[in-house]
Design a protein around this ligand. Structure first.
Ligand SMILES: *[C@@H]1O[C@H](CO)[C@@H](O)[C@H](O)[C@H]1NC(C)=O
Ligand SMILES: *[C@@H]1O[C@H](CO)[C@@H](O)[C@H](O)[C@H]1NC(C)=O
Ligand SMILES: *[C@@H]1O[C@H](CO)[C@@H](O)[C@H](O)[C@H]1NC(C)=O
Ligand SMILES: *[C@@H]1O[C@H](CO)[C@@H](O)[C@H](O)[C@H]1NC(C)=O
Length: 717
C-alpha cells in the first residue's frame, strides 16, 4: 500500500516536471496517451510534453489553441478511455473508431458538452452507456456500433435533440426504446439499432422520425408486438428493415410500408400479409371483416402460421438475394447488406489479433466461420479477405466501404449496383456479383486486373475489387448522370424529361465509338465488349459517354452464382429451329417476351460462340438507331405484332416514308441537320448489316462520326 502510494506520488511529480511547459489541455491529452498500453503504429509518438500546446500533435485539431477534435482511427490502439477527456470543454469531435479500446465509457466524458460527434465504432467498449449522455445538447453523430455495450439505451438520450445519426448496431444492448424516442429527434437521418437484443414493442411515435433519409434498421433484435401503422409515415425513400425480430400480426399497408420487399420483414415468425407469403389468418384481420374461423378445422390457423414460419426461416440465401433484386429502389446501409460477408471477413481477423475479443468473435461468428469442408482452396485464400485497390488513388478500405450509405441504383442480369457515399464524400459504384459458386480466385484476379488496366476517357474505370468465397464486389468510379436509355426515353414512370439535343447525341455517339475503338484496337488484348446497350452507357455531368459493364459476363462466370450472358444465350438458342431462315432469327431473340437487351446482340452471336468485334459493331448500330429515332429497339406495329427497329427502318425506307416520320420527334426542330441525320442513319444501317463481314470496323465508324461531329459543331459556330 505504502509502496503504491509512493509510486503514484513519484509518477505525479514526474508528470509535473515533464509537462510544465504544456497547457492544461495538453496535459489532459497526455492522460489519453498514458491509458493506451499498446500503440504499435506509433500514433502517439509525437505527443510530446515539450510543446506548449497539443495542437501540432497527430490527430489533434484546434481552433484558437482550443482542442476541438481528437481523431485517431485505425491505429490498433489497445487501452481504455480516460475520464479526464471530459475536461476538453471545446471538444467537438472524438473519433477513435477501429481500434482495440476496451472498458466502459466514462460518464465524465459527457462533461465535454460541446461534443458534436462521438465515433467509437469497431472497438471493444463494454458496460452501460451512462445516462449523462443527455447533457450533449449539440451531439449530431453517435456511432457506437460494433462494440460490446450492454444495458439499455439511457432514457436521457432523447435530450440529444440534434442527433442526425444514431448507430448502435452490433452491440449487446437490451431493453426497450426510451419513451419519446420517435418524437425527440426531428433531425435524425439514420437510425441503426440492428444486431442487439432490444425488446419490447415498437413505439408508435417512431413514425414521427420525419427527417430520416437513409436507414431505419431495427433488424436482428427481439422487438415484439405488432408493427404500428404509423411507421407508414416515415419518408418513402427510407430503407426500412424490421427483419429477424419477434414481431407479429398483419403488416400495415400504408405509406412507406407499402410496396416493400419481403426482406424488410422476414425472420418474424408471427408476421403475416403482403409482401410475406403467409396469409393473415382471419383472426388477425380487421374486426370488420367476417370471420372464417368457425368454418375451418380447429387446428387450421396454427397450422398456417407453423408452415409459414418454417418457410420464412428456411428462405434460402438465393431466395433472399432474389428478393433484394426485386426491390428496385431502396436505400440502405451497405454494412447491413454486406454484414454477411463482413462478419466472415473481418471478425476472424480481429479475433486472431486480439485475444480479449474472442467473445465477440464467438457471439457473432458461430455459423459464419470458414466452413472447412467447403473447398480446399479456401485456406489458400484466407489472406484475400480484403479490398484490393487497382489504382494508386484508392484511399478507402473495406471498413469504410461497409460503413458507407448505399443506395440501390440498378440491377442487371449480373448483380445489384449500389451507389456508395463514403464518409469523406467520395462516391463510388459498387457491383455485387453475388455469392457462392466457384472458388477460382486466381482466375478472377487475373481477369479483374486485366480489366483494370483499361483506361480510357470513354470507359468506366474499375478502381478496386473485393473477393471472398461468398462475396465478390467490383468497385467503380461513380458516373453521376444516369444511363443513355434514360436519357433517350426518360425514366420509366415519369412523365417529363429533357430530351437530348442533337449536339449532345452526336457527342455521345462519338464517345461510345471511341471507347469501343480503344477496346478493339488499343487495349492489350483486343477485347470484345459483347454486351453493349444503352443501359450500359453511362453519362457524365457534361454528357460524356462512359461505357460500363465491360468484361462482366466473364467475371460473373468465374465468380459463379449468376447466369452469364453466354449461358443465357445458349439457353435461348435451344428452342430455335435451325431450318428457319436467317432473317427471322433476330425477331425471335429480340421479342418482348425475352429481354429486350437481346435486341442489341448481333444475330450471329446465337450461332457462333466465339465473340467477334463485329458483334459490338452491330450493337453500336442499334444504339445509333435508337438515338436517332428515339424509339425502343422493339416496335409495336399493331396490337398483336412487333418488329425490331432494324426491320422497321428497312420497311420505312422501302415505303419511302418521309424522314420526319423516322427520326425522334424531339429532333424535328433541328430540321437544318437533315443531312447529318441521314449520314448517321446510313452509318447505323451499315453497322447492323446481317452479315458480319459486311459491317465496317469500329475504327471506320468512329472516324466517320468524328468527321460528322466536327463539321456539325463548326457549322453551328
Ligand atoms: C454488462 O456487461 C458487464 C461486463 O462487461 C457485466 O458486468 C454486466 O453484468 C452486464 N450487464 C448486463 C445487464 O448484462
Ligand atoms: C450479451 O448479453 C447476454 C445477456 O444479456 C449475455 O448472456 C451474453 O454473454 C452477452 N454477450 C456478450 C458478448 O457480452
Ligand atoms: C407524430 O405524428 C403524428 C401523425 O403524423 C401526429 O399526429 C403527431 O402530432 C406527431 N407527434 C408529435 C409529437 O410530433
Ligand atoms: C415472442 O413473442 C411471443 C409473444 O408474442 C412470446 O411469447 C415469445 O416468448 C417471444 N419470443 C422471444 C424469443 O422473445
Amino acid at each position: 500500500m505504502l509502496v503504491g502510494l509512493f509510486l503514484i506520488l513519484l509518477c505525479c511529480s514526474d508528470c509535473l516536471v515533464l509537462v510544465s511547459s504544456l497547457n492544461d489541455e495538453g496535459f489532459v491529452l497526455l492522460t489519453l496517451k498514458q491509458s493506451i498500453s499498446l500503440d504499435p503504429d506509433g500514433a502517439f509518438s509525437y505527443w510530446d510534453s515539450s510543446n506548449e500546446t497539443p495542437c501540432s500533435w497527430n490527430g489533434v485539431g484546434c481552433l484558437n489553441d482550443i482542442v476541438v477534435s481528437v481523431t485517431i482511427p485505425k491505429r490498433n490502439l489497445y487501452g481504455f478511455l480516460p475520464s479526464s477527456l471530459g475536461a476538453l470543454s471545446g471538444l467537438r469531435h472524438l473519433n477513435l473508431r477501429n481500434n482495440r479500446l476496451f472498458g466502459s465509457l466514462p460518464f465524465q466524458l459527457f462533461s465535454a458538452q460541446a461534443l458534436q460527434s462521438l465515433v467509437l465504432y469497431g472497438n471493444s467498449f463494454s458496460g452501460f452507456v451512462p445516462n449523462g449522455i443527455g447533457k450533449l445538447k449539440y451531439l449530431q453523430t453517435l456511432d457506437l456500433s460494433q462494440n460490446l455495450f450492454n444495458g439499455s439505451l439511457p432514457a436521457s438520450i432523447i435530450q440529444c435533440s440534434r442527433l442526425k445519426t444514431i448507430d448502435v448496431s452490433h452491440n449487446n444492448f437490451t431493453g426497450s426504446l426510451p419513451h419519446g424516442f420517435g418524437t425527440s429527434f426531428s433531425y435524425l437521418e439514420k437510425l441503426d439499432l440492428s444486431f442487439n437484443t432490444f425488446d419490447g414493442s415498437l413505439p408508435s411515435d417512431l413514425g414521427n422520425l420525419s427527417s430520416l433519409q437513409g436507414t431505419f434498421d431495427l433488424s436482428h433484435n427481439l422487438f415484439s408486438g405488432s408493427i404500428p401503422s404509423s411507421l407508414g409515415n416515415l419518408p418513402e425513400k427510407v430503407y426500412i428493415d424490421l427483419s429477424h425480430n419477434n414481431l407479429s400480426g398483419p403488416i400495415p399497408q400504408n405509406g412507406a410500408l407499402m410496396n416493400r420487399g419481403p426482406t424488410a420483414f422476414i425472420g418474424n415468425p408471427g408476421l403475416c400479409g403482403s409482401p410475406l407469403k403467409s396469409k393473415c389468418s382471419s383472426g388477425t384481420l380487421s374486426a370488420s371483416s367476417p370471420s372464417l374461423l368457425p368454418f375451418l378445422p380447429d387446428d387450421h390457423s396454427p397450422g398456417i402460421s407453423g408452415v409459414y414460419a418454417e418457410k420464412t426461416r428456411g428462405l434460402s440465401k438465393s431466395a433472399v438475394i432474389a428478393i433484394v433484386l426485386g426491390d428496385v429502389v431502396g436505400i440502405c446501409l451497405i454494412g447491413l447488406l454486406f454484414s454477411y460477408c463482413y462478419s466472415r471477413a473481418c471478425y476472424p481477423r480481429t479475433k486472431d489479433k486480439m485475444g480479449h475479443n474472442s467473445d465477440k468473435g464467438k457471439g457473432r461468428n458461430e455459423c459464419l466461420c470458414f466452413r472447412k469442408d467447403e473447398s480446399e482452396s479456401v485456406s489458400q485464400n484466407v489472406e484475400q479477405y480484403d479490398l484490393v485497390p487497382l489504382d494508386a488513388q484508392v484511399g478507402f478500405d473495406l471498413d469504410e466501404l461497409l460503413k458507407a450509405s448505399a443506395f440501390v441504383i440498378g440491377k442487371s442480369g449480373i448483380g445489384i449496383v449500389y451507389k456508395v457515399v463514403l464518409e469523406d464524400g467520395v462516391t463510388l459504384a459498387v457491383r455485387r456479383l453475388g455469392e457462392g459458386g466457384s472458388q477460382r480466385f486466381k482466375e478472377f484476379q487475373t481477369e479483374v486486373e486485366a480489366i483494370a488496366k483499361l483506361r480510357h476517357s470513354n470507359l468506366v474505370t474499375l478502381r478496386a475489387y473485393y473477393w471472398s468465397v461468398d462475396e465478390k464486389l467490383l468497385i467503380y468510379e461513380f458516373i453521376p448522370n444516369g444511363n443513355l436509355a434514360t436519357a433517350i426515353h426518360g425514366k420509366p414512370g415519369t412523365v417529363s424529361f429533357t430530351p437530348l439535343s442533337w449536339s449532345a447525341r452526336l457527342k455521345i455517339m462519338e464517345g461510345i465509338a471511341k471507347g469501343i475503338v480503344y477496346l478493339h484496337e488499343f487495349s492489350p488484348k483486343k477485347y470484345v465488349h459483347g454486351d453493349l446497350k444503352p443501359n450500359n452507357i453511362l453519362l457524365t455531368q457534361n454528357m460524356e459517354a462512359k461505357i460500363s459493364d465491360f468484361g462482366l459476363a466473364r467475371l460473373a462466370n468465374i465468380a459463379g452464382g449468376t447466369p452469364t450472358l453466354q449461358s443465357s444465350r445458349m439457353a435461348s438458342e435451344k428452342p430455335l429451329d435451325p431450318k428457319q431462315p436467317k432473317t427471322v432469327t433476330s425477331e425471335i431473340i429480340c421479342s418482348s417476351s425475352s429481354n429486350t437487351g437481346t435486341c442489341y446482340q448481333a444475330p450471329e452471336s446465337l450461332k457462333v460462340l466465339k465473340p467477334s468485334q463485329k458483334w459490338d459493331v452491330y450493337s453500336y448500330g442499334m444504339i445509333l438507331l435508337e438515338m436517332i429515332t428515339g424509339r425502343f429497339p422493339l416496335i409495336q406495329v399493331s396490337s398483336s405484332s412487333e418488329m425490331d427497329l432494324v426491320h422497321w427502318i428497312q420497311l420505312c425506307i422501302e415505303e419511302q416514308k418521309p424522314l420526319s416520320e423516322v427520326i425522334d420527334p424531339h429532333l424535328i426542330q433541328d430540321a437544318d441537320k437533315e443531312e447529318e441525320f441521314i449520314s448517321i442513319l446510313k452509318i447505323a444501317m451499315s453497322c447492323v448489316h446481317g452479315s458480319p463481314e459486311r459491317r465496317p470496323t469500329m475504327r471506320h465508324v468512329s472516324d466517320a462520326i468524328e468527321r460528322l461531329s466536327s463539321s456539325s459543331s463548326s457549322s453551328r459556330n
